[in-house]
Ligand binder design. Structure first.
Ligand SMILES: Nc1nc2c(ncn2[C@@H]2O[C@H](COP(=O)(O)OP(=O)(O)O)[C@@H](O)[C@H]2O)c(=O)[nH]1
Ligand SMILES: [Mg+2]
Length: 356
C-alpha cells in the first residue's frame, strides 16, 4: 500500500468515527453531533467483535490461569499416605500463591488441623475433600444477583468504580450487552471525563452494544455528566443507566470525595442507585483488598466485578474480599470482548482451582 492509500484509509476511518459520535454537552440540550478530533490510533484499544452475546462462557473453561492452581499441591498431598508437616506446608504455600491471603489461609487451615488432631479427618483424601468443602461454603451464602428494581418507574443506576485500568469501561460494555440481551434499555453515562479517550472508548462500546450514551466535555464535572445521563434516561423511558467513572482525577481532587458526590448527585436526578460495582483487577492480588476497603468506605459498594481472571492465577482474592469486607463477588471478567463476563459461581470456581 502506498502513502496515498494510507491517508485515504485514515481519512475514511476518521469520518466514520466522527459520523457516529453524538454527544450531549449540557443539561437539557438536544443531542448534537460532534466531530471527533482524535485520530483512530489515539483511541483506547477496544476489542473488535460483534455485540451479540453468545451463551455465557463456561466459567471453568475460561478461568485458564487460575484453573488447577491447587492441583500440584493436591497431588503431592495425596501421594503421601499420612497427613504430616509437609502436607500443611504444601497446602499453605498453594493457598498463599493463589492469593487467599494469610488471614483466610489460617482461617481455613486451623480448623482442619483441629479436626485432624481429633481424628475426625484421618487421611489426605479426606483432608482435601474437607478443604474443598470449606472453601466452597465460605463463598456459598452471598447474594450475587444484580439489583434491578423494575417497579421504580425511574431509571435504575449502576455506578462503576475502581482504580484506573481495572476494567470499568470494558465492564460497562459487557454489562450493557447482557442487560440489553435481557430486554432492558440501557444508557451509558461517560463519567470518566479525565481524558477524552475514555469517552470515545465508551462511545464505541455504546455503538456496538446498542446502548444510548451521554457524554460531557473533557474535564467536565463527572457528577453533572452522570446527572445528565440519568435525566436523559428518565426522559426517554430508559430503564438502566450504567455510569462509568474515572479511576484517577486531577491531582487536587480527591477521588473518593468525587465518587461520593457522583453518587449523591446521581440520586438527585430522576433515578435510584441500585448497584455500586467495584471493579477490581485480579492480577493486582492482595493490593485489590486495600483498594476494595477504600472504595467500600466511600461509596457503599454493593458488589465486585473481578476482571482479568482469564490472565491471573490470583483469584484467591475473592475469599478475602468476601470474608473480610463482606462484599459479594457478583461478576467475573474473563477476557476483553463483550461476551467475556460471567456470574461468579463459587462451586465452579473452587472446583476449577483444584482440578486441572
Ligand atoms: N484479559 C482481560 N482484559 C480485560 C478484562 N477487563 C478489561 N480488560 C482490559 O483491561 C484494560 C483496561 O480496561 P478499561 O475498561 O479501559 O479499564 P478502566 O480504566 O477501569 O476503565 C483494557 O485493555 C481492557 O481490554 C478482562 O476481564 N480480561
Ligand atoms: Mg475507563
Amino acid at each position: 500500500m502506498n502513502d496515498t492509500w494510507v491517508y485515504v484509509a485514515l481519512a475514511a476511518a476518521v469520518l466514520l468515527v466522527g459520523g457516529v459520535v453524538v454527544a450531549r454537552r449540557s443539561r437539557g440540550a438536544a443531542p448534537i453531533a460532534v466531530p471527533t478530533p482524535v485520530a483512530p490510533v489515539a483511541a483506547e484499544p477496544v476489542a473488535s467483535e460483534p455485540a451479540t452475546v453468545a451463551a455465557p462462557p463456561s466459567f471453568r473453561d475460561r478461568l485458564s490461569r487460575a484453573r488447577g492452581v491447587f492441583a500440584t499441591a493436591t497431588t503431592g498431598v495425596l501421594r503421601r499416605s499420612t497427613i504430616d508437616q509437609s502436607t500443611w506446608d504444601d497446602l499453605e504455600e498453594a493457598m498463599l500463591r493463589a492469593d487467599l491471603g494469610v488471614k483466610v489461609t489460617a482461617a481455613l487451615l486451623d480448623p482442619l488441623r483441629e479436626r485432624v488432631k481429633r481424628r475426625d479427618i484421618a487421611d489426605p483424601a479426606a483432608l482435601i475433600d474437607a478443604l474443598r468443602h470449606d472453601m466452597t461454603s465460605r463463598l456459598a451464602s452471598a447474594q450475587r444477583g444484580l439489583n434491578f428494581d423494575a417497579s421504580l418507574g425511574t431509571p435504575n443506576i449502576w455506578l462503576m468504580v475502581g482504580v484506573n485500568g481495572a476494567g470499568k469501561t470494558t465492564s460497562v460494555a459487557k454489562i450493557a450487552a447482557q442487560q440489553i440481551a435481557l430486554g432492558r434499555t440501557v444508557l451509558m453515562a461517560a463519567g470518566d471525563t479525565f481524558r477524552a479517550a475514555a469517552g470515545e472508548q465508551l462511545e464505541t462500546w455504546a455503538t456496538r452494544t446498542g446502548a444510548a450514551i451521554v457524554r460531557g466535555a473533557e474535564g467536565a464535572d463527572p457528577s453533572s455528566v452522570v446527572f445528565d445521563g440519568v435525566q436523559s434516561a428518565a426522559a426517554r423511558g430508559i430503564q438502566l443507566v450504567l455510569a462509568d467513572t474515572a479511576g484517577r482525577l486531577q491531582t487536587n481532587t480527591n477521588l473518593m470525595d468525587e465518587l461520593r458526590k457522583v453518587r449523591r448527585v446521581a440520586e438527585k436526578a430522576a433515578g435510584v442507585v441500585t448497584e455500586v460495582l467495584l471493579v477490581i483487577d485480579a492480577t493486582t492480588g492482595q493490593n485489590g483488598l486495600v483498594q476494595a476497603r477504600q472504595f467500600a468506605d466511600a461509596t457503599q459498594v454493593t458488589g465486585v466485578v473481578l476482571t482479568k481472571l482469564d490472565g491471573s492465577a490470583k483469584g484467591g482474592i475473592v475469599f478475602a474480599i468476601e470474608t473480610e469486607l463482606g462484599i459479594p463477588i457478583k461478576l467475573v471478567g474473563l477476557g476483553e470482548t463483550v461476551a467475556d463476563l460471567a456470574p461468579f459461581d463459587p462451586h465452579e470456581f473452587v472446583a476449577a482451582l483444584f482440578d486441572e
